[in-house]
Design a protein. Structure first.
Length: 134
């Protein structure tokens, strides 16, 4: 759902570009060989907690969306990418099969730890969702 939301935004895709005909939005931490910045990485869940109520099964998941640009580019570019992602997700609707009442919160962006070849920002996305009946 997060991948589809991000790759469905033409303005974000203009900022990050393509790699071998696919958007440079990755869902694995280890990138394919030869990928050059800018790019975005959606990490696996960094937190997954039960969020049940008396009448529903619930879950809260947190994921980090990491944004990177080359160190020789203006740092405002990575801020633009991360800010756009925050705006696309914070308190915006998201459809996830099998779940209802999905609440999306985005925090950040904050500076990502990088080496001297990249600028990085992290947007942390919390998804709280329920389904019935319990």
């Amino acid at each position: 759902a997060l991948y589809a939301k991000l790759t469905g935004n033409s303005e974000l895709m203009t900022l990050v570009g393509m790699y071998r005909g696919q958007p440079k939005v990755f869902t694995q931490v280890h990138l394919p060989p030869g990928v050059e910045p800018p790019y975005v990485v959606i990490t696996p869940s960094v937190v997954s907690l039960a969020h049940d109520t008396k009448t529903s099964v619930g879950m809260m998941q947190a994921r980090q969306i990491e944004c990177f640009t080359g160190y020789n580019t203006n740092p405002s570019m990575v801020d633009d990418i991360a800010g756009r992602i925050w705006g696309m997700l914070h308190r915006q609707p998201l459809t996830i099969s099998g779940w209802r009442n999905i609440i999306v919160n985005a925090d950040g962006p904050v500076v990502a730890p990088t080496d001297k070849t990249l600028h990085g920002r992290i947007v942390t996305v919390s998804l709280t969702m329920w389904h019935w009946p319990y």
